[in-house]
Design a protein around this ligand. Structure first.
Ligand SMILES: [Zn+2]
Length: 101
């Protein structure tokens, strides 16, 4: 799987040595800021490899007039992935000034 391969290269570069994946370990794949035009492509790859992921969605993407996003969300759920909240519009929770304390 290309996504995992790239991650292993990143880990290898960081530690400066070869890192062997352990067979008894689990890698959790998460995807932020959807659903959007990239979602079906990610779903296609996950389906191809029989892998499930967690999709953190922004509510605004379901409220912006792009009706395909609702279909992408339903497909995500129907294919057994986990869907979690990533705020309504994302930017507010990244802005310290607007973050509730
Ligand atoms: Zn995000």
């Amino acid at each position: 799987m290309q996504i995992l391969f790239l991650s292993m290269l990143t880990i290898q570069a960081y530690y400066g040595r070869t890192v062997q994946p352990a067979a008894d370990r689990t890698i959790y794949l998460t995807f932020d800021d959807g659903p959007g035009e990239g979602t079906p492509h990610v779903l296609d790859v996950l389906k191809q490899y029989g892998v499930r992921g967690t999709f953190f969605i922004n509510g605004q993407n379901l409220d912006n007039g792009v009706t395909e996003n609702e279909d992408y969300l339903l497909r995500t759920l129907n294919e057994g992935h986990v869907v979690a909240d990533h705020s309504y519009n994302h930017m507010l929770h990244n802005n310290k000034k607007d973050t509730p304390r």
